[in-house]
Design a protein around this ligand. Structure first.
Ligand SMILES: Nc1ncnc2c1ncn2[C@@H]1O[C@H](COP(=O)(O)OP(=O)(O)OP(=O)(O)O)[C@@H](O)[C@H]1O
Ligand SMILES: [Mg+2]
Length: 247
C-alpha cells in the first residue's frame, strides 16, 4: 500500500480537492482506495457522504479527526481495509512544525498543492523550507511533489511559481486549471474523471503526470513498513470501466 499525504500549512490551496479527485481517479482505475480525513472540518468526509448514494467506484472513508463511534476502538475506527492499494490522507492547514514530523512519518509520499499567488508562494516557500531543510523532517526522506493548483496559464505569477520550484529542484507533478469543474465535482461527491461535462478532457489529461508520479515514484524500501497508522493514531487490479455522473 502506498500512503499519499496532502500537506500544506496554507489553507485553501487545494488539499481536499486533490485528495478527493486523486481517490476518485485511482478508484476509477480499479485500485482499492481509502481516503482518510484528518481535518476536523471534515470536507473529504462529507464529499464521501455525498458520493455514497451514487453508482461510483467505492472508496473506503476514514474520518480520523471525527468522533470514534461508541462500541468501536480507536484503532478499528482508523483501520485500513486489507489489500488496499492507496491510502490518501487529507490534512488540515493548522499543523505546527513538531506535529509535522509525526505526520510525515505516517506517509510514503507527500503532495503539496500550491496556488500561484504571491501570498501562497511566500507561504509555501517557508513550508517547503521546513520539509527540506529542518533536520528531523529531511531525515525522513519522503518524496515531495508539488501540484500547481488553480493555475491561469501564461500569467506572470504562474511563471514565478515555476521559476521558484525549478530553483528548489522539486518536481512539479501536475498543473491543474482553475475551473468550475472541480467545484461541481466537489458538490456532487465525484471526481472530475467521473464527470461528463463539456471541455473536461483537458482537465482529465492534466492528472496523468500526477497519477504516473504517485504510482511510480521510488520509495525507500526501508520506509515501506514505517507507517504506524494504527499504532500511532492521529490527534492524540486491472482496468475497470468507471461509472460517470452527467451534469
Ligand atoms: N483547480 C481548482 N479550480 C477551481 N476551484 C478550486 C480548484 N481547487 C480548489 N478549488 C476550490 O477552492 C476552495 C479551496 O479548496 P480546498 O478545499 O481543496 O482547499 P484546502 O487546502 O483543502 O483548504 P483547507 O486548508 O481549508 O482544508 C474550494 O472551494 C475548492 O472547490
Ligand atoms: Mg481541506
Amino acid at each position: 500500500m502506498r500512503t499519499i499525504m496532502l500537506l500544506n500549512t496554507k489553507g485553501g490551496c487545494g488539499k481536499t480537492t486533490v485528495s478527493t479527485n486523486l481517490c476518485a481517479c485511482l478508484a476509477a482505475m480499479g485500485k482499492k482506495v481509502a481516503l482518510m480525513d484528518d481535518d476536523p472540518q471534515g470536507s473529504s468526509n462529507s464529499w464521501l457522504a455525498r458520493r455514497e448514494a451514487k453508482p461510483l467506484s467505492r472508496i473506503q472513508g476514514i474520518f480520523a479527526a471525527g468522533h470514534v463511534p461508541e462500541g468501536v476502538t480507536r484503532s478499528w475506527h482508523l483501520r485500513v481495509e486489507p489489500q488496499t492499494d492507496y491510502l490518501v490522507i487529507d490534512t488540515q492547514a493548522a499543523i505546527n512544525r513538531d506535529l509535522l514530523v509525526d505526520y510525515i512519518r505516517r506517509c510514503d509520499i507527500i503532495l503539496v498543492p500550491v496556488m500561484p499567488s504571491r501570498i501562497d508562494i511566500h507561504a509555501v516557500a517557508h513550508f517547503i523550507g521546513d520539509l527540506l531543510v529542518a533536520g528531523k523532517i529531511r531525515q525522513l526522506r519522503r518524496p515531495v511533489g508539488i501540484v500547481a493548483n488553480r493555475i491561469k496559464q501564461n500569467t506572470r505569477v504562474y511563471r514565478e511559481l515555476e521559476r521558484f520550484l525549478n530553483r528548489l529542484e522539486i518536481p512539479l507533478v501536475a498543473r491543474l486549471r482553475d475551473t468550475q469543474n472541480y467545484i461541481q465535482a466537489a458538490d456532487i461527491g465525484c471526481g472530475i474523471h467521473e464527470m461528463i461535462a463539456s471541455g473536461i478532457e483537458g482537465d482529465i489529461e492534466s492528472w496523468k503526470p500526477l497519477i504516473d508520479w504517485v504510482e511510480n515514484v521510488e520509495i525507500d524500501p526501508a520506509l515501506e513498513s514505517a507507517k504506524p497508522i494504527l499504532q500511532n493514531p492521529f490527534h492524540s487490479r486491472g482496468a475497470v470501466r468507471s461509472p460517470k455522473v452527467a451534469l
